[in-house]
Design a binder for this molecule. Structure first.
Ligand code: ADP
Ligand code: MG
Length: 707
């Protein structure tokens, strides 16, 4: 047989036909290397075999024995094929039953030694295992599917973990060809195993220790490379020029004295950090992180005011049209004494504010673009329509991104290109990113925390309830609506019972979500509140439709808005006082907190109802926390502990393997990787002496920029 090469296409492996090739492609596996780097998401611990006399019914075991008999039957009614085998461990017997797999009779024979792993039950006076994992034992080789830590992979339709296991095992014969990028001295100093061993051990660890070692090595590489990319991009940024913005203290004071409130200390500090950054002549790259309603926009606007007075333009980008236009209104209000030209440019709007006459007018879109391009407009608010080709800012000094995690890195890059100077970048997010995570995932950003709320904010009263108590809350809603208030209803309602179930595609998930919203909408509008005005919002609608509904809701044309999680971002509906969330246990606490932030923005007392039918103690406790805690950062830390970093990064987008995800929050490993990355860059700034590392980080940088 021809030996396999790690670069070979996957179809060169034995047993892989064109159909399977397609399925593997779904999992992103095209070459043998891809397969080897397709790591298990978890393990079933079948490492200990148990004697039948020692088992407890209802628990999982691996039993090793001899096949006494095996036969196929058909179920009386359903005609389903049932394969049953009697297995003896020399002392007692157990029955194994498989459904719909009549072919098993060809793989498993009488008198063979076999392992079966699974949950033990009791039926018709016999111990049984239904659909156990099984493995016919070959005394000369170690087991793959039973009697060990068994790797479980993310599956796709038609490709099971069992199948992937065999395939990976086959491919592992060339694991020695995988490159190890780390210099020996680092490995030695940090007690890291080789890449080759880590790949073998991550798939088929002999024990927990081997699995941990492998995970540590793989995670270290990931963190190390991320740190290198960060150091590199920081260095690059420092080498280009940026506009020097002189803080206009006098103007800042004038603006502040016109407001009906005082800045919080946290806002002052953040503003100060931004102004200091922009003075330097090196591009700022700063993230302002602050809870919903903490007043981030104001910090951004004051930064824009100084930028304008230094003769530079600001582009302020929001993720939706409605947010952009909300910001436009706010900007005019706040900067009314600053004597600046302000404009709004979105797909459907082109509006400008003339400061001398204090007048809002609507130029033609092309005319507005001309005014931006010739530098007349000081501050432009908009959506990503600001990055279209025609818009070429004359002197772009500051880019502000609201809810920045909504923007792709690519869009960000587009905004920053084509300038003699690189503009300063200020991003804002209400999703608190726990510190450890920020060090890695957002490591190239400086962070300002606004960890303080303006005084006199009313706390949103939060209550968790089981579905049965809905009636009471519906009555309450009725009363509030009569008082003239409005209500948000959020529903996910996606059953995702078993992590190992075949994964749904994005499209399938979306359609399920929409089904849930539609059902809820019909229920509320037809049965519960037929006399109220109910609207629906979901992700499949066109942005224009969505914006229209949000606008109408804001204008009180509806009483209740039923929605998927698309309303998450900072839209301000002052009159909405109730946020009702169905299936609340399926959201992260941070996300629930975001939803909750949609209400309590006006003068009225607001409420948040969290419905959950989950019986798990864990979800109950998680939701209870929402009742007492209104600190987004605490909730985020809690989420991170309970659910891992996927919630913050978007598991699918981040491109970081599951096994390394956890490491992103391991402060010790992070600082080890950080130290080593710094040392390498100090000694070898261009990485000339480390070509393997250079190759990997160039590839990472490319992927980041072209995602
Ligand atoms: P977010 O941080 O969620 O973007 P916003 O910037 O939208 O919050 O601020 C929410 C509201 O709070 C706005 O109406 C804003 O004018 C107001 N606000 C901002 N700063 C303060 C403050 N220091 N005291 C009182 N209200 C403030
Ligand atoms: Mg905001």
């Amino acid at each position: 047989m021809k030996s396999i090469d790690i670069c070979d296409p996957i179809e060169n492996l034995r047993g892989v036909n064109s159909k399977i090739t397609k399925q593997l492609e779904h999992l992103g596996i095209e070459t043998v290397r891809d397969l080897l780097l397709y790591f298990p998401r978890r393990y079933d611990d079948f490492s200990v075999t148990t004697k039948i006399k020692d088992i407890t019914i209802g628990e999982k075991y691996t039993i090793s024995g001899t096949v006494l008999s095996i036969e196929n039957n058909r179920a009386f009614r359903s005609r389903m094929a049932i394969t049953s085998a009697q297995i003896s461990d020399g002392d007692r017997t157990i029955k194994a039953i498989w459904y719909n797999q009549p072919f098993l009779i060809r793989n498993i024979h009488k008198d063979q030694k076999i392992n079966i792993s699974g949950k033990v039950g009791y039926q018709q006076k016999s111990l049984i295992m239904q659909n156990p994992a099984y493995e016919v034992l070959n005394l000369n080789s170690e087991t793959t599917h039973t009697g060990r830590l068994v790797p479980i992979y993310k599956e796709t339709r038609g490709l099971t973990s069992r199948w992937l296991r065999s395939l990976v095992k086959n491919a592992l014969t060339c694991s020695d060809q995988i490159e190890d990028i780390l210099p020996e001295d680092i490995k030695k100093k940090r007690s890291l195993i080789s890449t080759q061993s880590s790949v073998k051990q991550i798939h088929f660890p002999k024990n927990r220790k081997e699995q941990q070692e492998a995970k540590r090595r793989i995670s270290f590489d990931e963190l190390f490379l991320i740190q290198l990319v960060i150091l590199n991009s920081k260095k690059q940024l420092e080498s280009v020029g940026a506009p020097k913005i002189i803080p206009d203290i006098k103007l800042t004071k004038t603006i502040l004295s016109s407001l009906p409130f005082k800045l919080t200390d946290a806002q002052k500090k953040a503003l100060w950090q931004v102004l200091k950054d922009m003075e330097k002549g090196v591009p700022m790259n700063r993230l302002v992180e602050g809870d919903v309603g903490s007043g981030k926009t104001l910090v951004a606007l004051l930064s824009a005011a100084s930028t304008a007075k230094s003769g530079w333009q600001t582009a302020f980008m929001a993720p939706t049209e409605i947010l952009a236009s909300q910001h436009f209104t706010e900007t005019i209000k706040v900067l009314t004494d600053a004597n600046l030209n302000i404009a709004l440019l979105t797909a459907s709007e082109s509006t400008a504010y003339e400061p001398e006459l204090k007048e809002i007018y609507s130029p033609k879109k092309n005319d507005l673009i001309k005014m931006i391009n010739n530098g007349k407009i000081d501050i432009v608010l908009g959506t990503h329509s600001l990055i279209q080709d025609k818009v070429k800012f004359k002197k772009l000094g500051l880019v502000i991104l609201d809810e920045q995690h909504r923007f792709g890195v690519k869009q960000r890059a587009t905004l920053l290109k084509d300038q003699d100077f690189t503009p300063h970048l200020l991003s804002m997010t209400a999703t608190p990113i726990p510190r450890t995570l920020a060090m890695t995932a957002y490591g190239d950003l400086d962070i300002s925390l606004i960890d303080q709320m303006p005084k006199n904010r009313k706390k949103v009263i939060t209550k968790t309830a089981s579905g049965k108590e809905r009636k009471k809350e519906y009555d309450f809603i009725e009363k509030e609506v009569k008082k003239g208030r409005q209500v948000f209803v959020i529903c996910p309602k996606i059953e995702n019972k078993n992590q190992d179930d075949v994964e749904l595609t994005e499209r399938q998930l979306k359609s399920l979500k929409i089904k849930a919203v539609k059902e809820e909408y019909e229920k509320l509008s037809e049965k519960i509140f037929p006399h109220l005005k109910v609207a629906m919002l979901h992700g499949k609608m066109k942005p224009k439709e969505k914006d229209q509904i949000m606008k109408d809701f804001k204008d009180k044309k509806y009483d209740i808005l039923v929605s998927t999680s698309v309303i998450e971002v900072g839209v301000d509906v002052q009159n909405a006082t109730i946020m009702m969330i169905e299936g609340a246990d399926r959201f992260g606490l941070s996300q629930l907190h975001q939803f909750r932030g949609r209400v309590g923005r006006g003068e009225h007392q607001s409420y948040c109802f969290l419905f959950s039918d989950s019986e798990s103690e864990n979800s109950r406790i998680r939701l209870k926390i929402m009742e007492t805690c209104s600190d987004g950062f605490k909730l985020a830390e809690y989420d991170l502990k309970m659910r891992g970093p996927g919630d913050f990064l978007g598991k699918n987008q981040s491109g970081i393997p599951d096994v390394a995800m956890e490491a992103l929050i391991n402060p010790f490993l992070i600082s080890e990787a950080q130290e080593e990355a710094k040392k390498i860059i100090e000694k070898d700034p261009t990485l000339k002496k480390h070509p393997k590392i250079l190759k990997r980080i160039s590839k990472m940088t490319e992927e980041i920029h072209f995602e």
